[in-house]
Design a protein around this ligand. Sequence first.
Ligand SMILES: N[C@@H](CCC(=O)N[C@@H](CS)C(=O)NCC(=O)O)C(=O)O
Length: 294
Amino acid sequence: MAFLYTDSSSFLTFAAVRQTTRLFPKYKTYSYISSRRPYLVSISLSRKATRAPIQAMSMGKVKEVLPPVLDSNSEPPNLFDGTTRLYISYTCPYAQRVWIARNYKGLQDVIKLVPIDLQNRPAWYREKVYPANKVPSLEHNNEVKGESLELVKYIDSNFEGPSLLPDDTVKRVFAEEMLSYTDTLNTVMRNALSLEGDVTNEIVGPFDHLENVLSKFEDGPFFLGQFSLVDIAYAPFIERFYLLLLYVKNYDITIGRAKLKLWIQEMNKIDGYAQTRQDPQELIAGIKKRYMGK
Ligand SMILES: N[C@@H](CCC(=O)N[C@@H](CS)C(=O)NCC(=O)O)C(=O)O
């Protein structure tokens, strides 16, 4: 069998790579984030976007040059000077949620990204910014707040840009249900993926559940029909589970799950999300560590 080596101890089968590049076409063109060398994405506006830059921003179509990662040797930014800052790690799925929300709402010029190196964190981050010492956190109006789902909602309520929640009450109630299910999904996956062997019902069940709930609203391919913060909450994790299951268990979560497959394809068309996606090889190394302790 042919392998594509990703690092000294891991590999992807060509089948896995082919499938990955089909569903995540950007991987093929290598336009993703590398934590070691933040990818310099070019400024490219479509003709339509040139005529309507604000609209382009709100769709996350303006690609930005990503700032360098700060580590223990880096000076802090000029804290509490009125700048709104989103502290992230380019590799953290929780931080990615808030980063997607910021991009989708077109807030690239309003909320400055401050990526930090989690393995070699600057001391000032815990001491002066966020005592919990985790990412994401948001510095806004002289306060620092944390917790990814809270931050996505906070950004949605306190900043301009397209709304991330529909008005419909039924959909809002369902959104909360789905937001709590992300934690269940993560816990189940972390436990199930630490076990050797083939896929189990613990792994299959949650993806069947996602496939079912994707049929609930028919006005679009997303969890609430139209794109919302529920999709933002899931995307970084499904991105990782998809790759990890393909790579570790040779299990493709999209086979036999047409709705989930479509959801992934539609998500990948959203620039605000696509710009946050990570180098798959780095991602696999990171998620192996996070979910399998390797
Ligand atoms: N519940 C938090 C989880 C955030 C989290 O665990 N972030 C990780 C990185 S992915 C972190 O900062 N870990 C550092 C640590 O725990 O010391 C959220 O949703 O924001």
